[in-house]
Design a protein around this ligand. Structure first.
Ligand code: MRU
Length: 366
């Protein structure tokens, strides 16, 4: 039986590539946590699609990294006797399959677009061999992963400055190392504040229906020895009213040009509660989570997931057979409720179109 007090050693990466251009993608199966640390090898695109759909790999940046490696798996299966247009057709097919795995996190599409751009640049620049193309695509997927690592640590540094010593901080879902290449966004802020000796205490929403908070965030906080307390989602208002929380911080799956932010279902309610209790509400996310093509959160597609996640979570039926269920996996928090956005480039405050544009374009170096 898993015991949070027994955790030792460095955390396992949630997404990793083993081998060279004909290697494989290895995921830490997050559906098994915290009971079991089981690795899952993906050899072909449908394996990656299944893993993303089932939330074996989850969290916006991690999904993007896994999808980028999915393109590498497709590239490894290309036929050297075919020409560039046939390779393009194969990779576009892989891109479409991967893009259909989940709709909300923009990092998925951002990473796939980056990979396809590299395909075009590599194949138009010169008469490229298949192995050169495969190497170039793998290098790009590694770069997406490495940049995400850097962005998370940078978000951690910027965000930690916002937390006064001794703060109680509430978080929702899991925006940690499991959801990214390493360290996390919202959790990156909390890890940094903890390492700075700020003596924070984290309240973790369990995050119905799939319990990413209870299963994953507590697991990560225990590994980093950050003091924390697990609460049911419905307890957040009471915990705030008791004065235990001085800040709320979450991740995001897609942030529109005006600062409206989609994140795990329940985030919007938390932002309303934070406003009612005059508690700052922060959203931590890398630039890869911004979708500046969308004017507002109205246009963000919200994934709906199977009813069984609500009626029969974790193998036990908790509602009558055939009950009508609505199960949106995400909601959108309006920019007006967000105190600040924390990015790798700095803190965006006030949260509005012009501050976002100023911070993100042109992209300054890290
Ligand atoms: O459905 P999930 O578990 O993929 O949802 C994840 C979240 O909502 C995270 O908060 C978000 O992706 C940010 S992860 C750094």
């Amino acid at each position: 039986m898993f015991d949070a007090r027994q955790l030792t050693g460095p955390p396992l990466p949630s997404v990793r590539w083993e081998g060279g251009r004909d290697g494989r993608l290895v995921l830490l199966d997050q559906t098994r946590l915290p009971l079991e640390e089981r690795l899952l090898a993906c050899h072909k695109v449908p394996d990656v699609v299944e893993a993303i759909r089932q939330l074996r790999v989850r969290g916006a940046p991690a999904i993007g990294i896994a999808a980028a490696y999915g393109i590498c798996l497709a590239a490894a299966r290309l036929d050297p006797s075919q020409d560039v247009s046939q390779w393009r057709e194969e990779l576009q097919h892989a891109r479409t399959e991967l893009a259909q795995s989940r709709p909300t996190a923009v990092n998925l599409f951002w990473a796939l677009d980056r990979m396809m751009r590299v395909f075009e640049e590599t194949t138009t620049a010169k008469n490229v061999s298949l192995s050169e193309l495969q190497d170039r695509l793998l290098a790009e997927a590694h770069a997406i992963r490495d940049e995400d690592r850097q962005m998370c640590h940078s978000i951690g540094r910027h965000g930690a400055d916002l937390l006064p010593p001794g703060s109680g901080v509430l978080t929702h879902c899991n925006a940690g190392g499991l959801a990214t290449a390493e360290y996390g966004t919202a959790l990156g802020v909390l890890f940094t504040a903890h390492d700075q000796g700020k003596q924070i205490h984290v309240y973790v929403d369990e995050t119905r229906p799939l319990l990413q908070g209870a299963r994953l965030t507590t697991w990560e906080l225990a590994q980093h020895s950050v003091p924390h307390t697990l609460i049911c989602d419905s307890m957040a208002a009471q915990v705030m009213r008791e004065g235990r929380v001085q800040a709320v911080i979450t991740g995001a799956d897609r942030i529109a040009a005006n600062g409206d932010a989609a994140n795990k279902i329940g985030t919007y309610g938390l932002a309303l509660l934070a406003r009612a209790h005059q508690i700052p509400f922060y959203v931590a996310a890398p630039s890869s989570t911004f979708d500046l093509t969308l004017e507002s959160g109205e246009a963000i597609p919200i994934e709906e997931r199977p009813a069984e996640e609500v009626t029969c979570g974790f193998g036990r039926r908790t509602a009558p057979e055939g009950v009508d269920v609505y199960n949106p996996a995400f909601d959108v928090t309006p920019a007006s409720l967000i105190t600040a956005l924390i990015t790798e480039h700095g803190v965006i405050r006030p949260v509005d179109r012009s501050s976002i544009e100023r911070c993100l374009s042109p992209t300054p170096p890290l």
